[in-house]
Ligand binder design. Structure first.
Ligand code: CTP
Ligand code: MG
Length: 233
C-alpha cells in the first residue's frame, strides 16, 4: 500500500484576519503553520509522495516557510477557489505519482500526529475505502434562530469531523471528478463526497489536539502552546 498525501493550503484565511496574510504562513512556535503540518507527514514512516496545494500568489511564501525541511518528496500544485477544487487538483497530481491510497489533510491542522495517522492507515490496510477521523460531540447542541432557542438536539450519534480523511485513491478521485462534472460544488469535506457516491465511510477516533486553526485566537493559542512546550521544566 502506498499512501500519497494531499495537504490543502490554498485558502485565504478570511476568518483569521487576512490582513496578516494567509494563516498557513503565520508563525507558531517559531515556524510557519504549514511547516509544522508538512513535518508531521515527513516524519511519518508510511507517507509516500506529498502534494501541497497552494495559491498561485503564495509560491514565495511557501518556499520560505518550508526552506528548513527535507522536501525532495514534496511537490506543489495550484489550488482553486474552493477547498473542493483545491482537493481535486491535489488528487489529480497525486494520481500521477506512486500512490494507491491518499490522505487529504488541511494545511491549517498542524497538530496531526503519527498515532492518529497509524490508526487511520490500519483501517486502509484492513480494506476500508474511506476513513474519517472524528470525535464524538461533547457540547450540548441547540438549534436556534434570531437569538432564540428552537430546540435541544440529541448528541447521540453525532461526531465532529477532522482530517486527514483517507481513501482508496481511485475511489475518491472518481467521486470528486463525478461531483465536479455534475457541478456539485457544495461539499464541505471529502467524506461528504464519498457519502454522496455511496461509499461506506469508517469512523476512527480522532485526536483532541488535531484542531483546525480557524480564527486569530486559534493561532495565538497554538503559538503559546508550542512556546510553553519548548520551555525547560
Ligand atoms: N483551502 C484550499 N483552497 C481553498 C480553500 C481552502 O486549499 N480554496 C484549504 C485551506 O488552506 C485550509 C483548509 O482548506 O488549510 C481548510 O479550510 P479553511 O479552514 O476554511 O481555510 P480558509 O478557507 O483559508 O479560511 P477561511 O474560510 O476563513 O477563509
Ligand atoms: Mg474556508
Amino acid at each position: 500500500m502506498d499512501i500519497g498525501i494531499v495537504i490543502v493550503a490554498a485558502g485565504r484565511g478570511e476568518r483569521a484576519g487576512s490582513a496578516e496574510g494567509p494563516k498557513q504562513y503565520r508563525r507558531i512556535g517559531g515556524s510557519a503553520v504549514i511547516a509544522h503540518t508538512l513535518k508531521a507527514f515527513l516524519d511519518w514512516s508510511k507517507a509516500g509522495p506529498i502534494v501541497v496545494v497552494i495559491h498561485p500568489d503564495d509560491k514565495l511564501l511557501f518556499e520560505e516557510a518550508v526552506s528548513g525541511l527535507a522536501t525532495e518528496r514534496v511537490s506543489t500544485v495550484t489550488g482553486g477557489a474552493t477547498r473542493q477544487q483545491s482537493v481535486l487538483a491535489g488528487l489529480q497530481a497525486v494520481a500521477a505519482l506512486d500512490a494507491t491510497h491518499v490522505m487529504i489533510h488541511d494545511g491549517a491542522r498542524p497538530f496531526v500526529d503519527r498515532v492518529l495517522l497509524d490508526r487511520i492507515a490500519a483501517r486502509l490496510e484492513a480494506g476500508d475505502e474511506a476513513v474519517l477521523p472524528a470525535l464524538p460531540v461533547t457540547d450540548t447542541l441547540k438549534r436556534g434562530t434570531q437569538g432564540r432557542v428552537i430546540e435541544t438536539i440529541s448528541r447521540e450519534e453525532l461526531y465532529a469531523a477532522q482530517t486527514p480523511q483517507s481513501f482508496r485513491l481511485a475511489t475518491i478521485l472518481e467521486a470528486h471528478e463525478r461531483a465536479a462534472a455534475q457541478s456539485r460544488v457544495d461539499f464541505t469535506d471529502d467524506c461528504a463526497i464519498a457519502e454522496w457516491a455511496a461509499v461506506a465511510v469508517a469512523i476512527v477516533e480522532g485526536s483532541p489536539d488535531n484542531v483546525k486553526l480557524t480564527v486569530r485566537r486559534d493561532i495565538t493559542m497554538a503559538d503559546e502552546r508550542l512556546s510553553a512546550a519548548a520551555l525547560p521544566d
